[in-house]
Design a protein around this ligand. Structure first.
Ligand SMILES: O=C(O)[C@@H](O)C(=O)CO
Ligand code: MG
Length: 258
């Protein structure tokens, strides 16, 4: 049975950030993820995880200045020193939350720009190396250009090639099924082929990015396939509830822990 992680950036927004941990546990989740933890103290997050017996599935390394439109800095040649500091900041939170995987965002940059491509590769190799010292996986996530216009890593084939070329055991793919369907489709065959390099999966309906219970994709079929393939990681529920979070959890009832 898949281990679902509630995405606390998108779900349970009826509560303040720290209270979302309690709400997710009460709803039957045994794990959580979110984009960024950095506005809360690491100890406060650790306390909520422990209190609720929750596992921390994933979060992102700092993305640069999000409010100014940055979506990562890994592909920016002039920001390597910032990136190194960001890695240490993320590792403080990783130590507190015991997370085993972190996602590095690439940034808004032209994927055909050679300078951006080599900066990205350097940032990925550096970050993966530093995370390996702590036993943590580094994840790369292709993101569709409708949600994130101009995003550098906008193609699963580019991520797959980079992971193969780097040959680092802790460098893996973040397979967001929502982005995959929008970018390329062919979700089941891609899961079958890419599962060996996949470190995390995320889900949402397509095209609305709501509960995984309708629209283009047949999630009960995909959950069965993911199980059949022997995936033993987390599935992050990275969706925007259509209404109240709890009202939309009918799909999750068979998987809830209590
Ligand atoms: O799919 C997404 O948008 C996220 O997983 C993310 O990390 C960047 O927004
Ligand atoms: Mg995602």
């Amino acid at each position: 049975m898949p281990a679902f992680a509630a995405n606390l950036t998108m779900m349970f927004n009826e509560w303040d950030f720290l209270d979302r941990f309690d709400a997710a546990a009460d709803a039957g989740f045994s794990a959580v993820e979110y984009l960024f933890p950095y506005e809360a103290a690491p100890e406060a997050i650790a306390e909520r995880l422990a209190r609720n017996n929750l596992r921390q599935a994933l979060f992102n390394l700092p993305p640069g200045d999000w409010s100014a439109g940055e979506r990562g800095i890994a592909a920016f040649p002039g920001r390597f020193d910032d990136l190194k500091a960001d890695v240490e900041r993320a590792l403080d939170y990783a130590a507190a939350t015991r997370v085993r995987r972190l996602h590095l965002m690439a940034g808004i940059a032209d994927p055909h720009d050679q300078e951006a491509a080599s900066s990205y590769r350097r940032s990925v190799a550096y970050t993966a190396g530093r995370l390996a010292e702590k036993g943590i996986d580094l994840l790369l996530e292709p993101i569709n250009g409708r949600n994130m216009p101009g995003y550098f890593l906008n193609d699963f084939a580019i991520a797959e090639r980079l992971i193969a070329e780097c040959g680092l055991p802790n460098l893996k793919l973040q397979f967001d099924i929502y982005h995959r369907q929008i970018l390329h489709g062919d979700v089941t065959m891609a899961l079958r082929r890419l599962l060996p390099i996949t470190g995390h999966i995320q889900i949402a309906s397509v095209p609305s990015r709501n509960e995984p219970d309708g629209e283009e994709l047949n999630y009960p079929y995909l959950f069965g396939e993911i199980d059949r393939l022997g995936y033993d990681g987390f599935i992050g529920c990275e969706y925007i509830p259509r209404g109240q979070t709890l009202d939309g959890l009918g799909w999750f009832k068979p998987f809830a822990r209590n």
